[in-house]
Design a protein around this ligand. Structure first.
Ligand code: COD
Ligand code: ATP
Length: 200
């Protein structure tokens, strides 16, 4: 199966872009969503997270206390490294299992991951897309969506590669600056991926 990795900095709009690919019938694996799902289901991982970040990492009903974990890891690189080391291998396994469920009639799949380049998972993809947007736009979007401060968004940005670094590794680009049409850009890439998948 031809695999396309898609990434972008926080608030770039990668999930929004993926929804357009979904409308075209392309299955999308959302690594960030999957990570949080696994963190509530995998008992070994839950034990690891509790012993590393404290019992307050979960509410009494078993739901993940995102704010508690975020307040620790996005202010301390060593703590974030520990979280990534616990969670990422489980997400990689979940992606492999998901791929197995995809019908062979599907031309290609998309893997959406905030840390596609940082985690090295882009190496398992046939090609990649980087979604970009101006810094102020990204800040405004996330502050509105999550009700957080500019400092909290910047703390996460500081833990991700810059767009310049990501651009060196990316094969394709989508500009989501609210001026260029994302639908047209997605359609253009979709046509290219259909051809590439056929000759794969
Ligand atoms: C720390 C957690 C609980 C905070 O949850 P929260 O609901 O606030 O954020 P959410 O998961 O929706 O992520 C929103 C954005 O934050 C950024 N972000 C998330 N995790 C990371 C990370 N490990 N490093 C850098 N940025 C990150 C990304 O841009 C992401 O799209 C959560 O992000 C988490 O469990 N992260 C570790 C797993 C991970 O690395 N996920 C991303 C790729 S699989
Ligand atoms: N072109 C656009 N026009 C208007 N709003 C947009 C556009 N693209 C994204 N948004 C909005 O910006 C917010 C962030 O977009 P989205 O969740 O797709 O970004 P993301 O890159 O997946 O973010 P994160 O890294 O936090 O998961 C959302 O509320 C979304 O609706």
């Amino acid at each position: 199966m031809y695999k396309v990795g898609i990434t972008g900095g926080i608030g770039s709009g990668k999930t929004t872009v993926c929804k357009v690919f979904e409308v075209l019938g392309i299955p999308v694996f959302y690594a960030d969503t999957e990570a949080k799902d696994i963190m509530m289901k995998d008992s070994l991982l839950i034990d690891g997270i509790k012993s590393t970040f404290g019992a307050a990492s979960y509410f009494e009903d078993g739901k993940l206390n995102n704010k508690h974990i975020a307040s620790i890891v996005f202010n301390n690189e060593a703590e974030l490294t520990k979280l990534n080391a616990l969670v990422h291998p489980a997400v990689f396994r979940a992606f492999d299992a998901w791929e197995e469920t995809i019908s062979s009639n599907v031309p290609y799949t998309l893997k959406e991951a905030a840390l596609l380049f940082e985690s090295g998972s882009y190496k398992m993809c046939d090609t990649t897309i980087l979604v970009t947007a101006p810094l102020e736009t990204k800040l405004k979007r996330v502050m509105q969506r999550d009700g957080v401060s500019a400092e909290q968004v910047k703390a996460r940005m500081d833990r991700q590669l810059s767009d310049e670094e990501k651009a060196k590794l990316a094969s394709h680009f989508i500009t989501n600056d609210e001026e260029h049409s994302i639908i047209e850009q997605v359609l253009c890439l979709h046509r290219q991926f259909l051809l590439a998948a056929k000759s794969n």
